[in-house]
Design a protein around this ligand. Structure first.
Ligand SMILES: Cc1cc2nc3c(=O)[nH]c(=O)nc-3n(C[C@H](O)[C@H](O)[C@H](O)COP(=O)(O)O)c2cc1C
Length: 254
């Protein structure tokens, strides 16, 4: 069996969770970065000998639009799929059911799903430091458990995951990070933006229609020169205070 990890992880939390889950399979992993806007995802074709672990963050309870488009472009050809959503301690709403629909439509057989907690990439005070060492151990155990089910051939006919159709509407959060005076025009943010929303020649020029407020530009800037509007972040933290207050747990759906 060939193991692939395909993650869309703008600020690294989803990748951390997917790394831990994949460690449980005890197999060499080939990673495909779903944030890479240079990749031709329609050239990706898998087979029944492949196991693909898809990881996406929940944005407004949904699959981020570019990740959905990239998943839809591939061909599963009967490969097994494990679906992982990382979310910032509020809720993942319809993300897993949307992932399942996307994966099935692309020809994958969904065998298991995981919801993992990861630091909120906008309101960073929530789920700070997660996934932590104890989450990583739990996710690795989920991976072992999933592999045992695959080996036993005890796979679900139709994987049951939480969520509703039609999916929750999400129109974005409208937070476009901007560079401050310490920006050196190095171009890192523009090169790594998953939607090519940032101008290479002038990083203060952002195509608002393309920006998904994923905060990747903030997290990759070597000068820490890029920021979301502090007042909007503070308002988001206040709005989420009650919803994010409790310590949520990682979940496995088999
Ligand atoms: C635009 C946006 C929307 C988000 N919406 C949700 C949400 O609905 N529920 C939630 O719990 N976390 C939400 N989050 C937090 C992310 O799901 C979480 O931080 C995730 O781990 C980010 O993944 P990454 O570290 O791989 O970028 C949102 C983050 C962003 C940037």
């Amino acid at each position: 069996m060939n193991l692939y990890q395909l993650d869309f992880s703008p600020t690294g939390g989803t990748k951390k969770a997917a790394d831990a889950l994949c460690a449980g399979f005890g197999l060499p992993v080939s990673r495909i970065d779903l944030c890479n806007s240079q990749t031709n995802f329609s050239s990706l074709s898998f087979s029944r000998q492949d196991l693909c672990v898809f990881g996406v963050p929940s944005f407004g309870g949904r699959v981020p639009a570019p990740a959905a488009q990239r998943m839809a472009a591939m061909r599963g050809n009967g490969a097994l799929a494990v679906l992982l959503v990382a979310y910032g301690n509020r809720a993942f709403d319809d993300t897993l059911i949307e992932m399942k629909d996307l994966a099935q439509k692309a020809g994958f057989r969904c065998v298991a799903a995981v919801a993992a907690i990861a630091q909120h990439s906008i309101a960073r005070c929530y789920a700070a430091g997660r996934p932590d060492a104890s989450d990583a151990k739990e996710l690795e155990d989920f991976g072992k458990n999933i592999l045992a089910h695959i080996k036993d051939d005890s796979l679900p006919e139709d994987l049951a995951v939480p969520g509703n159709r039609p999916y929750r509407a999400f129109g974005g959060v409208g937070m476009i990070p901007m560079p401050d005076a310490s920006c050196t025009y190095c171009g890192t943010c523009a090169a790594l933006c998953p939607t090519r929303a940032i101008s290479i020649s002038d990083p203060a020029q952002v195509d608002a229609a393309r920006c998904i407020s994923c905060m990747r530009c903030v997290s990759v800037c070597p000068e820490h020169a890029r920021h979301a509007d502090a007042a909007k972040v503070a308002a988001t933290e206040t709005k989420l205070a009650k919803l994010c207050a409790d310590h949520k747990i990682n979940e496995l759906f088999l």
